[in-house]
Ligand binder design. Structure first.
Ligand code: ZN
Length: 446
């Protein structure tokens, strides 16, 4: 049980001096005052804010190994610079990068993370399995999405031909990944998604067949959409439609779909995303780092659309803490729409319940309520932060506070602001080793 904390349930109630009782991997009670049970481990939450564990809706963990490169480039220039080293990565690079990336996320309150892996160079080991093993070690819930690209330069796509796969291989590998790893149970630690990379790197046929496969298997669909003006120009030229119109035309909007970015949307696109129940993974730091623009989050929320937060790959958002994306989202929305565009509590809801909705987990995750999974972040808002009366404002407006504890299904992943499932120093070292290995592999002439 956690006692004496400021508990924000995100389902409507807040308890300034509250408790949370956990049995097994579920929450059994939440309320004001002392916990209504006697026996068990007692966590003193005095000076702490308790929130649901944060949900990261968009990531490319392998990119931990290629941070700090092409730092002043647009998305398309950045991609064409990075495709080369990425084409040389192997399972060892992914394992190290994913361990560091997930450890870093846990340190900023993340209890569930999506991952979008879309490059599978031949003969370099099982890259998809490497990410899954890292998530098991770190102990966070994992939604790895089997990504793909099949439209290389020779077919009018952006990536060089050597990093794309053919359609039959993609579909067979994706189906095999679902059959092997996907766990649809309510307490699941691992659910697989289907995620062709983007309209400018994937053929129409692969988009359509991916949706067919995902729906036949009962798993979710994910891709990048409307990230930059370059992309809009590309799809207008190739298909005569905006990116969102194109996806709508091929059955890719719906309650089982969530899309990363959605920066460049027309009013009609915003309405379609809302009325189809399509989720958006908002990644404000990445959008700012690549100069892509400011997503229409305030408009999407006004229309009732589902919006979650994401850090995106570390190569386009170096060392971004997931909790820090609340502030980035608030600031960027206010820069575009004015001071009432997004509140601290709305940002917290996006980072928790909104993310859980994107991933189809809102029945079990995203709020602190009896019956839900015990994914809880306990943030230290005492010390310097006690100068702000409202701990949610201190949390969302300030830099990421230290974590007193992070629980995933009741299991401690972070204790006293230190990753404990994998020794924290070791997680950092594995990530740095992965970077050095990738740089060495990139120099090799095959
Ligand atoms: Zn991305």
């Amino acid at each position: 049980m956690i006692e004496n904390a400021h508990v924000v349930t995100v389902s409507g109630d807040e308890y300034p001096d509250g408790h949370i009782v956990i049995e097994g991997d579920r929450i059994t009670a939440v309320g004001s005052g002392k916990a209504p049970v006697q026996d068990g481990e007692r966590i003193d939450g005095a000076g702490c804010l308790a929130t649901p564990g944060l949900v990261n809706t968009h990531h490319h963990l392998y990119q931990w190994a290629s941070q700090g490169m092409a730092v002043d480039s647009t998305l398309f220039d950045w991609l064409t610079t990075l495709y080369k080293p990425w084409s040389k990565m192997d399972a060892e690079v992914v394992a190290g990068a994913a361990t560091a990336g997930l450890g870093w996320l846990a340190k900023s309150g993340c209890t569930t993370s999506a991952d979008h892996h879309y490059l599978f160079p031949k003969g370099r080991g099982d890259l998809f399995a490497a990410g899954i093993e890292a998530a098991r070690e770190v102990g966070v819930r994992f939604h790895p999405c089997r990504g793909s690209m099949d439209r290389g330069e020779s077919q009018g796509g952006l990536p060089p031909d050597e990093v794309v796969e053919d359609l039959d291989t993609v579909l067979a590998e994706t189906e095999a990944a679902i059959d092997r790893y996907h766990d649809p149970s309510p307490g699941s630690m691992l659910r697989v998604g289907v995620a062709p990379c983007s309209p400018f790197s994937v053929t129409r046929e692969l988009m359509v067949e991916s949706a067919r496969l995902a729906r036949a298997k009962g798993v979710r669909l994910h891709t990048h959409l409307a990230e930059t003006l370059d992309e809009e120009e590309h799809t207008t030229e190739q298909f005569g439609m905006t990116p969102a119109e194109y996806m709508d035309s091929i059955g890719w909007l719906g309650p089982d779909v969530w899309l990363a970015h959605c920066v460049h949307l027309r009013d009609t696109d915003v309405k379609r995303l809302a009325e189809t129940g399509t989720g958006t993974a908002h990644c404000p730091s990445s959008n700012a780092r690549l100069g892509a623009g400011i997503a229409r989050v305030a408009d999407l929320l006004k229309e009732g659309a589902t919006v979650g937060l994401g850090v995106d790959g570390p190569a386009s958002a170096e060392f971004v803490p997931l909790a820090g994306e609340l502030r980035q989202a608030i600031y960027l929305q206010r820069a575009r729409y004015g001071p009432t565009a997004l509140t601290a509590r709305q940002a917290l809801e996006m980072a928790t319940l909104g993310g859980a909705r994107c991933l189809g987990r809102d029945a079990d995750l995203g709020t602190l309520e009896p019956g839900k999974l015990a994914d809880v972040a306990l943030w230290r808002v005492d010390g310097f932060r006690a100068a702000v009366d409202d701990p949610v404002v201190a949390f969302a407006f300030g830099p990421t506070p230290p974590l007193a504890r992070l629980l995933v299904g009741g299991r401690t992943v972070v204790d006293a602001d230190t990753l404990v499932t994998v020794p924290q120093d070791e997680a950092g070292r594995r990530g740095a080793d992965a970077h050095r290995r990738l740089m060495r592999l990139a120099e090799e002439v095959l």
